[in-house]
Design a protein around this ligand. Structure first.
Ligand SMILES: [Cu+2]
Length: 264
């Protein structure tokens, strides 16, 4: 029996990413450990209520516990916690933080949070994501694409829906237009704060097709609870066709606006 079965019992959303199994494995251990602590502390509480009831212990004991049992239990807890941190959490974190995917089929995109929605910008045909700056934001430029960056011409924006192909790694740049948000992709076991002024990123690889809610994981204001978007993982062929069409349309629009600007 995998320790992750505990996660299922308490209703955790099933994992849909490649590395997510490792996260769930670790979470499973944490949940079992917390269950043991809960039972242990509850037993201690009941014993304390009984043993130190006023009827039985009228006078305070100024020497307290003289045995070493509690010290040994404390050391045991510290060892288990050290194993969880050094044996599971750190290696998993370093894998996600250091081993960024480099394969040519990697999807590059940006998630830009604002009160209270998510904008998703895709790298388009050239697979290169444009630079962005807050000062370029306008009604026609929801993601603040740098107009002087030629790699941004074919980048397209899909507000509210993060469409991804199954079985291919995704690198997401996460940023914010206003306050701190958090792009929380629960089934992908991935979340990243979107902090104003910080260009953060994360990566994962979806292994299941499906549709899920994306939520904002940081309390960001009165519309926080409504700050939802859709995560849609589809067949790679369907994704490629869609991305190609969107990218071509974005490029055409960019070329037209350059032409009109030139004609002025
Ligand atoms: Cu938010």
């Amino acid at each position: 029996m995998s320790p992750a079965i505990f996660n299922e019992w308490i209703g955790q959303t099933p994992n849909a990413s490649e590395h997510g199994g490792l996260v769930d494995h670790m979470l499973g251990f944490v949940h079992w450990f917390m269950l043991v602590l809960l039972i242990g502390w509850s037993i201690y509480l009941i014993i304390a209520f009984y043993r130190f009831n006023e009827k039985r212990a009228k006078r305070a004991d100024y020497h307290g516990v003289t045995g070493h049992a509690t010290t040994h239990i404390e050391i045991g807890v510290v060892i288990v916690e050290a194993i969880l941190l050094l044996g599971f959490a750190f290696p998993l974190w370093s894998r996600q933080a250091d081993d960024y995917p480099t394969s040519p089929d990697t999807v590059r995109m940006r998630a830009l949070g604002e009160k209270f929605l998510w904008n998703f910008q895709y790298a388009g045909e050239d697979a290169l994501l444009s630079a962005w700056e807050g000062r370029y934001l306008s009604a026609n430029n929801q993601t603040g694409k740098d107009p002087h960056d030629p790699t941004g011409k074919d980048d397209f924006v899909n507000p509210g829906t993060m469409k991804l192909p199954v079985g291919r790694p995704v690198i997401v740049d996460v940023a914010s237009k206003d306050v701190i948000h958090n792009l929380a992709l629960v089934p992908m076991r991935a979340a990243q704060d979107a902090t104003p002024g910080v260009k953060a990123h994360m990566w994962f690889k979806p292994i299941k097709t499906g549709t899920w809610d994306i939520i904002c994981g940081q309390l960001c204001g009165p519309g926080h609870a409504q700050m939802k978007a859709v995560l849609e993982v589809v067949d790679p062929k369907e994704f490629d066709d869609w991305a190609k069409e969107q990218s071509a349309a974005a490029k055409k629009k960019a070329d037209e606006s350059t032409a009109t600007a030139g004609a002025k």
